[in-house]
Design a protein around this ligand. Sequence first.
Ligand code: CO
Length: 160
Amino acid sequence: MAVRDIVKDGEPLLRKKSRPVDKFDGKLHALLDDMLETMRAADGVGIAAPQVGILRQAVICELETENEEETEILEMINPVILKSSGKQVGQEGCLSVPGKRCPVLRPKSVTVRYQDRFGNEITRVLEGFNAVVASHEIDHLSGILFYDKAVKEENGDGRK
Ligand code: CO
């Protein structure tokens, strides 16, 4: 495993669309392992492949679990949000946008379909904080950054 360089806001690559992953091979596994190490080294809770310069649909989210002291590392390949419901507004930041934080409108709950690193298809519901992290990371695959969705904290209804 290796820590890779994080692509920073301003580099055009971050605004491009990622292509689907079609080979679930050692190269993908090495990418995912490096993404995790890079995320940990930068003290983040999520990372998307374009953030390490790879325009492929792969993300990692560090999820909250029912046990406050434990987190779960979720790898999602080719993720699609099938359904989202509710609204929440919270402060977000991003490893590619150092020093910037702002309130963002997100769904309270998302149903995501994705593949694991071996290509197995999985559908899962993520709620609260976990829905925020998943939405934020999946947005990276479309070239969307969190501040594109910035809202005023007071109303949280999508108005700037
Ligand atoms: Co980000």
